[in-house]
Design a protein around this ligand. Structure first.
Ligand SMILES: NC(=O)C1=CN([C@@H]2O[C@H](COP(=O)(O)OP(=O)(O)OC[C@H]3O[C@@H](n4cnc5c(N)ncnc54)[C@H](O)[C@@H]3O)[C@@H](O)[C@H]2O)[C@@H](O)CC1
Ligand SMILES: Nc1ncnc2c1ncn2[C@@H]1O[C@H](COP(=O)(O)OP(=O)(O)O)[C@@H](O)[C@H]1O
Length: 316
C-alpha cells in the first residue's frame, strides 16, 4: 500500500496534505492495464432539475483518470452526459442495483424530496454493500450507512449531517476556528463510521479512528463557483475506484484528500493564479478540464513549487 504523508502537522494538529502524498497514491497505468483495472466509477447523480451536475461529475471522473465511467440517471441528464462525453456508458435509474462498479458517486444534483421511493430503496441497497460510495449533496440524507462511505458536505450540509447523526449543532462562528472545525469533522466522521470531507477554502478530511485530520489548502478563492463541488465528487470517485481496482487498500481519507488536492490544483491552473498572479474567473467545467494537467504536475513533482507561489490574497 502506498505510504501517505511523512506527517507534517500544523499548529492545529492537522496533517497538511502535500503533492508528495498525492503522488504516492496516484497510479500510472502500465502494460498490464486495461480499462477495468484502472477502475470503474458509477454515478447516480443529476436530475431534470440539475442535469449539469451529472455532466460535471462525469467529466471530472474521466479527467481524473477513470478507466470506465457509468452514468445512471434520467433521460435528460443522460443525453447531456453523452453529448459531452460519448465515452460514458449510460443506464436507467432502475438499474442501480445491477451495475458493477469499483466506486459509486451519488447525490450531486439530486433533490431528496423528488427522489422516487424505488430509487431510495436501490440507493439504500448500495449503501448496505461493500463497494465504496461517495455521498454528496442530495444523498447525504441517506446516511449513516454500512458501506464504506465518503461524505462530502459543504458547511450547510455539514450542519444537517451532524443533526442526522445526533450531534450537537456547531455555531457558524465556532466553525471559523480551525481547531474547532477540525474537531467537529473528526467527531462527525466518528459518529458516521466513515470518512467526512468538509469543503471550504481549506478542505478538511477525517476518517473514524485516531489518525489526524487532514487539511488541504491547495485551491483558490476562484473555486467558489457553482458546480465545483460536483467536479470534486467525480475526482474522489475516480481515485477510489482506481485504488480498489488495483487492490491497493489505501485509506479512504487519504484518497479523498488527494482528490481535494488535485481539485484545488486544477482550480489554480484554470484560474491562472500560479506565479503570484491574482488569477481570473473560472467555471466548474474549466476545473474538470484542468485535472489532467494537475495530475501531470503532481506526478512530475512540480506542483509543490507552484504551491509556494500562492498570493497573500489566496491565504486570506
Ligand atoms: N449545474 C448544476 O447542475 C449544479 C447543481 N448543483 C446541485 O444543486 C443542488 C443544490 O446545491 P446547493 O449547494 O446549491 O444547495 P442550495 O443552494 O440549495 O443550498 C442548500 C443550503 O445550504 C446552504 N449552503 C450552501 N452552500 C453553503 C456553504 N458553502 N456554506 C454554508 N451553507 C451553504 C444554503 O444557504 C442553503 O441553506 C445540489 O444537488 C448540487 O449538487 C450545484 O452544485 C450547482 C451546480
Ligand atoms: N473560498 C474558497 N477557496 C477555495 N476553495 C473554495 C472556496 N469556496 C469554495 N471552494 C471549493 O469549491 C467547491 C464548492 O463545492 P460546493 O459548495 O459543493 O458547490 P456546488 O454544490 O455548487 O458544486 C469545494 O470544493 C470547495 O472546497
Amino acid at each position: 500500500m502506498p505510504s501517505p504523508s511523512a506527517g507534517a502537522l500544523d499548529a492545529q494538529g492537522r496533517l497538511v496534505w502535500t503533492g508528495g502524498d498525492v503522488r504516492a497514491l496516484l497510479r500510472v497505468p502500465g502494460a498490464s492495464d486495461d480499462k477495468r483495472t484502472r477502475g470503474t466509477v458509477a454515478m447516480r447523480t443529476g436530475s431534470d432539475a440539475y442535469p449539469g451536475a451529472a455532466v460535471l461529475g462525469v467529466e471530472a471522473a474521466w479527467r481524473a483518470g477513470a478507466g470506465y465511467v457509468r452514468y445512471i440517471g434520467p433521460r435528460r441528464p443522460a443525453d447531456l452526459v453523452l453529448a459531452r462525453r460519448p465515452e460514458t456508458v449510460v443506464a436507467e435509474p432502475a438499474s442501480v442495483s445491477a451495475v458493477h462498479a469499483d466506486a459509486w458517486v451519488i447525490g450531486s444534483g439530486t433533490d431528496p424530496a423528488l427522489r422516487p421511493p424505488e430509487e431510495t430503496a436501490a440507493l439504500r441497497h448500495l449503501l448496505a454493500g461493500a463497494v465504496p460510495v461517495v455521498v454528496d449533496a442530495g444523498a447525504l440524507d441517506l446516511l449513516p450507512a454500512d458501506a464504506p462511505v465518503i461524505a462530502t458536505p459543504h458547511e450547510g450540509e455539514f450542519a444537517r449531517l451532524r443533526a442526522r447523526l445526533g450531534l450537537a449543532p456547531e455555531r457558524a462562528e465556532a466553525l471559523q476556528d480551525p481547531a474547532r472545525r477540525a474537531a467537529a469533522v473528526r467527531e462527525t466522521a466518528e459518529a458516521l463510521g466513515g470518512t467526512v470531507l468538509l469543503k471550504g477554502a481549506t478542505t478538511l478530511v477525517a476518517g473514524p479512528g485516531a489518525a489526524p485530520v487532514i487539511a488541504i489548502d491547495a485551491g483558490t478563492g476562484w473555486l467558489a463557483a457553482a458546480g465545483t463541488g460536483d467536479v470534486l465528487a467525480g475526482v474522489i470517485g475516480a481515485l477510489v475506484a482506481a485504488d480498489r481496482a488495483a487492490g491497493r487498500g489505501s485509506a479512504p481519507a487519504a484518497l479523498a484528500a488527494s482528490a481535494a488536492w488535485l481539485h484545488g490544483r486544477a482550480g489554480r491552473l484554470a484560474a491562472h493564479v500560479d506565479g503570484g498572479r491574482p488569477g481570473r474567473p473560472l467555471v466548474a467545467l474549466d476545473v474538470a478540464e484542468a485535472l489532467p494537467a494537475a495530475i501531470a504536475a503532481a506526478l512530475a513533482d512540480v506542483a509543490d513549487d507552484m504551491h509556494d507561489h500562492r498570493t497573500e490574497e489566496d491565504h486570506a
